[in-house]
Design a protein around this ligand. Structure first.
Ligand SMILES: [Zn+2]
Length: 377
């Protein structure tokens, strides 16, 4: 069996973990579903295959009994620093590329702390919709928003970001259109009115978001900076019909954006073959293979990994965990990612599609090298 454990992973999309790691079973379970409904958490998460696997693996890792209570007791007996340090070190991580916009920074470990405790590098990305939302709250004039937004997406690397990130799939969908400045200004007026009257303002104003995204694309293309798009699978805040990566066609076709590498996140699940196809035909499109979220079990991970590797060049695929909240997720992603990729490559060796040295070279690209190139780490 191909052994990929020696390859340190670049986790090209994940989130920080919470500072407060002491928790009960109910809270721990809550982090293993995208469903907000408490009845799913209480009654159904313990009966998902991926969660049963996680508990079994963690029992082995912590050396405790194979029950949720024993696993929680074991992790609660450690302070959060030790927990983080132990899991991230065991995962053999080179770099974590963090979306620090969620969870909110005030409840999370900072990238520098994660780097120190995990014995790995960290890099961060700039989430555009969070920035837009902040600017709409801060300014009552559209031209001021445009000036500030343009400034924030200028000199992206100098500001400390290795990539942009867009969750427009969670807001108004991936079919990003071109609007006139007047249309965008009217949309801003509506957004601003909502920001002033709603307790929790959520930007979902399509002409405004699309207009600002095009400003960001122009800037990123000039600076040769990558952008990650959330695609496919997410919580029920996302309309999955609008999360199909094929919706990005107009953006992908723009010649002047070809110098902006586009990373389609979460294997566009369940649109995996479509997303991988885009990575195969557009020189600037890359495809993320994420192994903790979407919450699926190993047979499905094998399936999406086969689909991606069958359709897209391995030089277009990037490993991630999408780990968030608890460090077990970043750990599990690395364990799963290496083992699933090894199994799929081994199958390809068995049917004489590849030889072993080729398989190892491709794995090295997916787990490590491609992210270095795309984000210029
Ligand atoms: Zn994410």
């Amino acid at each position: 069996m191909l052994d990929l454990t020696t390859i340190p992973v670049v986790d090209n999309h994940c989130h920080p973990v919470l500072v407060r790691q002491h928790m009960d079973v109910a809270e721990f379970r809550r982090y293993f579903t995208e469903a907000p409904d408490v009845s799913i958490v209480d009654q159904h998460v313990p009966h998902t295959i991926y969660y049963l696997w996680m508990i079994r693996q963690l029992a082995a890792f912590y050396g405790c009994e194979r029950t949720e209570e024993a696993v929680l007791a074991a992790r609660n007996s450690m302070d959060a620093d030790s927990l983080l340090s132990r899991l991230l070190s065991a995962a053999h991580i080179d770099t974590l590329v963090l979306d620090v916009a969620f969870p909110l920074p005030n409840v999370c470990y900072a990238p520098a702390q994660i780097q120190r405790l995990g014995g790995c590098r960290t890099a961060t990305m700039l989430r555009l919709e969070t920035l837009m939302q902040r600017l709409v709250v801060a300014h009552d004039n559209f031209d001021d928003v445009l000036t500030c937004f343009t400034d924030e997406v200028s000199n992206i690397r100098e500001k400390g970001y290795c990539s942009l990130k867009s969750i427009v799939a969670y807001r108004t969908g991936l079919r990003i259109a071109e609007w006139s400045k007047d249309e965008a200004a009217r949309s801003f007026t509506q957004a601003r009115a909502d920001a002033l009257t709603q307790v929790t303002f959520r930007i979902a104003h399509k002409p405004l978001i699309d207009y600002l995204l095009h400003i960001a694309f122009t800037q990123a293309a000039q600076q040769h900076v990558a952008i990650q798009f959330h695609t496919g699978y997410g919580d029920n805040d996302t309309d999955m019909r609008l999360g199909n990566p094929l919706q990005l066609r107009d953006v992908l076709e723009r010649r002047d954006y070809q110098t902006m590498p586009i990373v389609l996140l979460h294997e566009s699940y369940p649109y995996t073959q479509l997303g991988a196809y885009l990575a195969a035909v557009y020189p600037h499109v890359y495809f993320d293979l994420s192994y903790t979220i979407p919450f699926v079990e190993k047979l499905e991970m094998l399936a999406f990994t086969r689909q991606a590797l069958s359709v897209a060049p391995a030089s277009k695929l990037l490993y991630s965990s999408d780990g968030i909240n608890v460090p077990e997720m970043h750990w599990a992603g690395a364990i799963r990612g290496r083992s699933v990729l090894a199994q799929v490559l081994q199958e390809m060796i068995a049917v004489d599609e590849l030889d072993e040295p080729e398989a190892f070279t491709l794995a090295q690209k997916i787990l490590h090298d491609n992210a270095y190139a795309v984000y210029k780490l």
